[in-house]
Ligand binder design. Structure first.
Ligand code: NI
Length: 186
């Protein structure tokens, strides 16, 4: 089932999400399926719980649409992160353009560290402790920010923030056009 994607200005996007109890969560598999279906319907590569109105620490990522000769490793990069916690960040600082399904029409450069270590539970309820680098680390950090109530526009330069201010103000008023199903604050 395709769920509406919550748009910038909705308070759920600003909540620090809580861990879930995956053993006693009814319809966890259905939620995961719905999140992937919703993400694909909007041509996204990542989607987090708050973006579908849930104050819960879950996000999904699928980089396979970005598979290329340069990045064959994206082909099988379809993952579910439950109760994720990033324990380490490091490496180089990289500046790369990002977008977000909750902030349609805005793409801006964000500086992030390019190496992370993350603990989480996967879709088979296995506890994992993994390290990621480069673009994978970037996408995971973007989604991780969502479960911490942080959005990528919080991290752009002051100049760029002024440039997108009116677009963001319109989103907060529910004035937004978009090809996928959305929910605005009003
Ligand atoms: Ni996003």
């Amino acid at each position: 089932m395709i769920l509406p994607i919550y748009i910038y200005g909705h308070p759920v996007l600003r909540k620090v999400a809580r861990d879930i109890d995956p053993d006693n969560y009814s319809n966890l598999k259905e939620l995961i399926d719905n999140m992937f279906e919703t993400m694909y319907s909007a041509d996204g590569i990542g989607l987090a719980g708050p973006q579908v109105g849930l104050e819960e620490r879950i996000f999904v990522v699928d980089l396979s649409p970005l598979e290329s000769e340069e990045h064959p490793e994206f082909k099988d990069f379809k993952k579910v992160f439950i109760n994720a916690h990033i324990s380490e960040r490091g490496g180089e600082l990289e500046s790369t353009e990002e977008g977000c399904l909750s902030i349609p029409g805005i793409h801006e450069k964000v500086v992030r560290e390019d190496e992370i270590r993350i603990q989480y539970i996967d879709e088979n309820l296995q506890l994992r402790d993994e390290a990621y680098a480069g673009f994978m680390a970037r996408v995971i950090q973007h989604e991780y920010d969502h479960i911490e109530g942080i959005l990528f526009v919080d991290k752009i330069s002051p100049l760029r923030k002024r440039m997108v201010k009116s677009k963001l103000a319109n989103m907060e008023k529910g004035k937004v056009a978009c090809s996928y199903k959305i929910r605005t604050v009003r």
